[in-house]
Unconditional design. Structure first.
Length: 100
């Protein structure tokens, strides 16, 4: 599929991305979901450095099923999971670091 400047494919276990830099990465869906950078999953710092996080949620099979992706500007991707989670905005640098 093609979405703006990102070529990608989704399988049962991985997502493959060709970023606009030309770099190709393959990331397991489980690792991608565990690395979600949203405030609920990864926490959010206040001005004093305290980290606030949402309650830990047990993953289900739907938590690691990716249904679609969306380009965010020219710097990140938003993933939409079958369990309804879609708050994380993954910068390309993070995706490259997660690449296998």
């Amino acid at each position: 599929m093609l979405t703006a400047e990102i070529d990608y494919f989704i399988s049962d276990k991985i997502v493959g991305l060709k970023l606009n830099s030309g770099k190709e990465v393959s990331i397991s869906l489980k690792n991608l979901r565990k690395a979600c950078p949203c405030a609920h999953c990864s926490g959010e710092k206040d001005i004093f450095g305290n980290i606030y996080m949402g309650a830990k949620v047990a993953f289900t099979d739907d938590s690691v099923k990716l249904i679609k992706i969306s380009l965010v500007g020219k710097y990140a991707i938003r993933f939409f999971w079958k369990d309804g989670h879609s708050n994380g905005i993954y910068p390309f640098e993070l995706l490259e670091a997660l690449g296998e």
